[in-house]
Design a protein around this ligand. Sequence first.
Ligand SMILES: C[S@@+](CC[C@H](N)C(=O)[O-])C[C@H]1O[C@@H](n2cnc3c(N)ncnc32)[C@H](O)[C@@H]1O
Length: 247
Amino acid sequence: MRLHLIGIGTGDPGHLTRAAIAAINAADVILLPEKAGKADLADFRRALLACVLENPLTRILPFPMPGREPDPADYLQTVETWHDAIAVEWQAALARDLPSGGTAALLVWGDPSLYDSTLRIAGRLAGVTVEVTPGITAIQALTAAHRLALNTLGGSVVLVTGRRLRDHGWPDGAETVVVMLDGAESFGVLDPGGFDIWWGANLGRPEQALLAGPLDRIGPMVADAKRRLRATVGWAMDIYLLRPRGR
Ligand SMILES: C[S@@+](CC[C@H](N)C(=O)[O-])C[C@H]1O[C@@H](n2cnc3c(N)ncnc32)[C@H](O)[C@@H]1O
């Protein structure tokens, strides 16, 4: 039994690589996770498949994704337990839908290596060989949209979650910091006069929003921009890059 994790990019059907399209068409089944409240992302995956799936033998099989507590006290333990529950769902789906073996595929947002637990969950499955096809990440979508080099000359880059920035502040010695998974404008913990920000939301989508400049000027505009996206298209996913001012 093979499980192919296919990176699909971050919202633009044009992010799909030829390797990803070939992998989609080579799968016996494509497992489509359906999360309560996330119908738009499931719809996006379906629309993508409608554009590129040409193999009439490939079956598309929706399955319910178990939910997780929104803001648990013991975050890591809660996530581990949640991943165990998802692995049980996947194992059952594979046994049910591919009883004599074959290849199942999962369409992974962005790239499976970046702030995504699909690889960790797949590692819990018994009797399954995992393959990965890379995808365009939100980081690449952000730097391309701002026509910005990710690193300064010879410099390092630190990736953090919003939660980590909020709890630990600016990482020691960091030259460039990219923040993902931030529901709460966590840059608010930084000295607003000391940093520049390059921000993007719903990158790759027609409603893509971009802001860039000094944090004290741009920071207050971010929450409004996200509110506008939620009001118009129903969701807002954002990412931003920070550098000490003027670097
Ligand atoms: C669970 S992580 C998945 C990252 C994904 N694997 C990747 O390669 O980009 C979700 C986070 O990625 C970022 N993200 C994903 N898609 C995005 C988009 N279209 N626009 C802005 N940020 C995005 C946001 O920071 C979001 O909170």
